[in-house]
Ligand binder design. Structure first.
Ligand SMILES: [Mn+2]
Length: 243
């Protein structure tokens, strides 16, 4: 389970590193704790931003091909939308070769119920929540197919600039954790044993608001973080440096 690759940002070395991770998975170079359930969950923000345009599909053709190779090799792919993918639709689903999920995915391992969310909905940011409800609302789902892709491309660039202006990525892990809304976390995890999220670009295991909360971590040039769940539902924090 992984997320926050932000492919397409800067020199796109995080995207290139993620490709190497996918190839390692496909070639069995990474030891799997649960070889009988080869499932990869991407919990959002795979892209720095996604718009439903032919250009976007073209840009990520190599990544899509690798994800489809992985599925052809017997892996199941699940994809949860992150805040950078709220404009996604059929083109993204076709590229990935799997359906788009939102706002949560639920899995059972033995008696343990594990919930996965991107994490943006668990942060204290009323403006972002307003934007989310707008983007994911029926009205937007209906109308976004009616507007030309250039509109979404433009809107995504503006939103990305605003997000960069907040400079949240330059904050320390502790400062980013301060954005977590304890009430939201407790509420969302009320009927599960563990909650796994991304969005906050750090890897950590926390006891927060009475919840067993795991942060998946992000991707940089040559360095990736992910979580692995074994048969009894134990969550393992993994990372690798590719030279
Ligand atoms: Mn995010």
């Amino acid at each position: 389970m992984c997320g926050d690759v932000h492919a397409g940002s800067g020199q796109d070395q995080s995207g290139a590193t993620f490709l190497r991770f996918l190839q390692d998975l496909r070639h069995g170079k990474l030891k799997c704790l649960n070889p009988n359930d080869r499932r990869l969950v991407i919990l959002g923000d795979l892209f720095d931003y996604w718009v439903e345009s032919k250009r976007c599909v073209q840009t990520y053709q190599t990544l899509f091909a690798e994800l489809q190779h992985l599925q052809a090799a017997g892996w199941t792919l699940s994809f949860l939308l992150g805040n950078r993918e709220y404009a996604a639709g059929r083109r993204l689903a076709a590229g990935l070769g799997c359906p788009l999920s939102w706002p949560a995915l639920n899995f059972h391992f033995g008696t343990r119920h594990i919930r996965i969310m991107h994490g943006d909905l668990l942060c204290k940011n009323p403006l972002h929540r307003l934007y989310t409800s707008f983007m994911m609302g029926y009205w937007m789902t209906f109308t976004r197919t009616a507007l030309p892709p250039i509109f979404y491309d433009y809107a995504a660039r503006i939103l990305r600039k605003l997000s960069a202006g907040n400079a949240s990525y330059s904050l320390s892990a502790e400062q980013q954790l301060a954005f977590l809304d304890e009430q939201q976390v407790t509420q969302q995890a009320a009927d599960c044993d563990a909650l796994l999220i991304g969005h906050i670009h750090t890897q950590a295991a926390l006891h927060f608001g009475g919840v067993d909360l795991h942060l998946v971590g992000d991707w940089h040039a040559g360095h990736g973080h992910w979580l692995e769940i074994d048969l009894d539902g134990t969550i393992h924090h993994q990372s690798k440096i590719w030279s």
